[in-house]
Design a protein around this ligand. Structure first.
Ligand SMILES: Nc1ncnc2c1ncn2[C@@H]1O[C@H](COP(=O)(O)OP(=O)(O)O)[C@@H](O)[C@H]1O
Ligand SMILES: [Mg+2]
Length: 394
């Protein structure tokens, strides 16, 4: 999978930002990327990596905000067998896997203070220790960090170390929010339309002028991520139509209401019930979607491979950003038919975790949920490393 990384946008601030990013990419400098959520911090960090001397080595993205504080340190630095209850195997940390490559620490403002101390040491000297080990390890990793929080304020509030802050801030790149990027909104909308048309095999008649005006005026609190999700749902739910301002407004209001962004003074118990009901429908929809994707994946793989279905999956180390292979057996598929939604969700998560060899980030990405939700569900269903559920028949 070698999709070229581009950081789309023609507006003046983005052109300047790209220019700076390419310059910085040639150096080994630690970079801090700031910007609102969904503004493209991860995309920019991939762009920097892709334009650096390390481009052919690993790029490892880590969302510090999604990984529970107690686990983050062992995820980053690895641990020895027996380092803590449940550490049945020793484990490589991300800094070991990212050696000679780049590590991207998203939501760095959420990192616990004790971990910040260790991070500063690894940035300055390349040295670290695995959890439960006294052996000093060495890594040659380039660090790119990102935050949507005001780190200066976090320093004042003593939740972020001042020394680390200054170390990170030596090169700071700021991504402006989408609402300040003018015509980029339409360029990105076009790009997502083309992409989702291909992906879903649907076609789209574009926006009326009024609707384009709304796209340009809207505040985009969720930035590019919000635009992308909006385009995808318009394409699916309003298939074949030209999007008028009425249709667009309906979707924007609905999305914001779901997120609680539109204040509803008459919110009553009935509204709460509606919300729960909507979430259930949403969940049902997501599970069906997961199912559809798994089946589609199997079909694609079969078509590509033309090999018997029951061959064991290849035992290669999963690479970040690539989807794992899995072929549900007939049994697994017919099982799902008589399961409750909860059982189906649990099984889907357990199977996906197993396929991703416990890699939570890839599991979450594959399931289309965020990592925090994944961790919550792992807890809820008891799918932690200790009590990983065996799939039926295994
Ligand atoms: N400049 C861009 N060009 C194309 N897609 C983008 C761009 N910026 C963001 N995206 C898309 O928007 C979504 C959010 O981007 P991401 O980098 O995860 O944002 P952040 O890390 O700031 O929350 C992703 O799906 C990404 O692919
Ligand atoms: Mg992000």
């Amino acid at each position: 999978m070698s999709r070229t990384i581009d950081f789309l946008g023609q507006s003046a601030p983005i052109q300047e930002l790209k220019h700076l990013a390419i310059q910085v990419a040639q150096t080994e400098a630690t970079v801090l990327i700031t910007g609102e959520t969904g503004s493209g911090k991860e995309v920019l960090s991939r762009f920097i990596h892709a334009n650096s001397k390390r481009a052919h080595r690993n790029f490892i993205p880590v969302n510090c905000g999604a990984i529970p504080a107690g686990i983050l340190e062992s995820e980053l630095f690895g641990h020895e067998k027996g380092a803590f209850t449940g550490a049945l195997q020793s484990r490589k940390g991300y800094f070991e896997s990212a050696d000679k490559g780049t590590i991207f620490l998203d939501e760095i403002g959420e990192m616990p203070l004790e971990t910040q101390v260790k991070l500063l040491r690894v940035i300055e000297t390349g040295e670290y220790q695995k959890v439960g080990s006294s052996e000093t390890m060495y890594t040659d990793t380039r660090l790119i960090a990102a935050t949507n929080r005001n780190l200066q304020q976090a320093v004042t509030e003593k939740s972020f170390r001042e020394d680390l802050f200054y170390r990170l801030r030596s090169v700071e790149l700021h991504i402006p929010p989408l609402r300040e990027r003018g015509q980029d909104i339409l360029i990105l909308a076009e790009y997502f339309i083309t992409r989702f048309e291909q992906q879903h095999g649907l076609s789209f008649e574009g926006f009326t002028n009024d609707a384009s005006e709304i796209l340009l005026r809207y505040s985009w609190p969720g930035n590019i991520r919000e635009l992308k999700n909006l385009i995808e749902s318009l394409l699916i739910l309003e298939e074949g139509k030209q999007i008028t301002s009425e249709i667009l407004e309906k979707h924007l209001v609905q999305r914001n209401r779901d997120k609680g962004l539109v204040h509803d003074p008459e919110r009553s118990e009935k509204n709460e019930l509606n919300l729960i009901y909507n979430s259930l429908i949403q969940l049902h929809h997501e599970i069906n979607e997961i199912r559809r994707l798994l089946i589609q994946r199997e079909q694609n793989e079969n078509a590509e491979r033309k090999q018997p279905l029951l061959l064991p999956p290849p035992v290669t180390e999963p690479q970040p950003g690539t989807a794992p292979a899995h072929s549900p057996t007939e049994n697994e598929q017919s099982d799902t038919a008589i399961m409750t939604l909860e059982e189906l969700e649990k099984k889907t998560i357990a199977d996906t975790l197993e396929r991703c060899r416990g890699n939570k980030r890839r599991t979450a990405a594959l399931l289309g949920i965020n990592e925090r939700t994944l961790y919550r569900k792992i807890g809820k269903y008891g799918l932690g490393d200790n009590d990983r559920v065996q799939s039926p028949g295994s």
